[in-house]
Design a protein around this ligand. Structure first.
Ligand code: PGA
Length: 245
């Protein structure tokens, strides 16, 4: 496990982009696990810049996103389909057929979730998984609970997540109550994991993940058992760590 602490969120994001770029330069047909939310935006901005200046080519890259809300259309401005299109895909040369995002409108969500896991395996498994972290320690939408869920699955969002994501919607009532998320098993099978955490509202989750026992109450804590995980933090998110690297 490696932990790097940066001055601010912008630098943490640029560091994440640097590691993703290194992965793509070494293996142009990498399978990337991608994330949504505010946290990865500086990383995506940097990747777009690297692409537009001619340094980075996405033409062979394959992506699998972590999660999607249940019950809003892919065109909805708050859907993760829409987010990825706006924040990354439309601005780099990734092929639309190489992009995968869970279908939150599948008539049979369980079957669709199984098919999503199978598609990742068939593609060869995720080379590099980018993650944010929720205030409650979730990764993807794996919410605090009694156990770790292995495969892709439908999740009931916790009140903490609904409130955190309310800022993207007009009212709290508009925030979807369910999502489809990659499970902890699929995330842990990624060959390399990059977790980016920025801002003081993530400091407790980061401390729990890094300094308390591994527990499904703080799902990100499982990452400490991953053989190749890098935590990229800004000073604010690292603010509650007792042992700084
Ligand atoms: P955020 O979300 O980047 O918008 O803070 C991260 C998460 O909930 O995983």
């Amino acid at each position: 496990m490696q932990i790097h602490i940066f001055r601010d969120a912008q630098l943490a994001g640029r560091a994440a982009a640097t590691l993703i770029a290194a992965q793509l330069l070494r293996k142009p047909d990498s399978i990337l696990g991608l994330a949504t939310g505010s946290t990865p935006i500086p990383a995506y901005e940097t990747l777009i810049d690297m692409h537009q200046t001619g340094m980075l080519d996405f033409s062979q890259a394959v992506s699998f996103n972590l999660d999607e809300y249940v019950g809003i259309s892919p065109e909805h401005p708050c859907s993760y389909h829409h987010f990825m299109q706006e924040q990354l895909f439309a601005q780099v040369n990734i092929r639309p057929e190489n992009v995968h995002i869970p279908d939150g409108n599948a008539p049979d969500l369980t079957a669709a979730a199984k098919a999503y896991d199978a598609a990742i395996l068939q593609a060869g498994g995720i080379d590099l998984q980018l993650l944010g972290i929720g205030r409650n320690g979730h990764i993807g939408f794996n919410e605090p609970g009694e156990h770790f869920v292995y495969g892709c699955h439908k999740v009931a969002l916790s009140q903490s997540t609904i409130q955190a994501n309310r800022r993207f919607f007009e009212t709290e009532a508009d925030v979807p109550r369910y999502a489809v998320s990659l499970g902890i098993g699929s995330i842990m099978q990624a060959r390399q994991v990059l977790l980016v955490a920025t801002g003081s509202d993530k400091a407790e989750a980061v401390r729990r993940a890094l300094e308390e026992d591994v527990s499904p109450q703080w799902q990100a804590s499982i990452l400490r058992t991953h053989p190749d995980v890098v935590f990229l933090l800004d000073e604010a998110a690292a603010g509650k760590l007792r042992h700084r690297p």
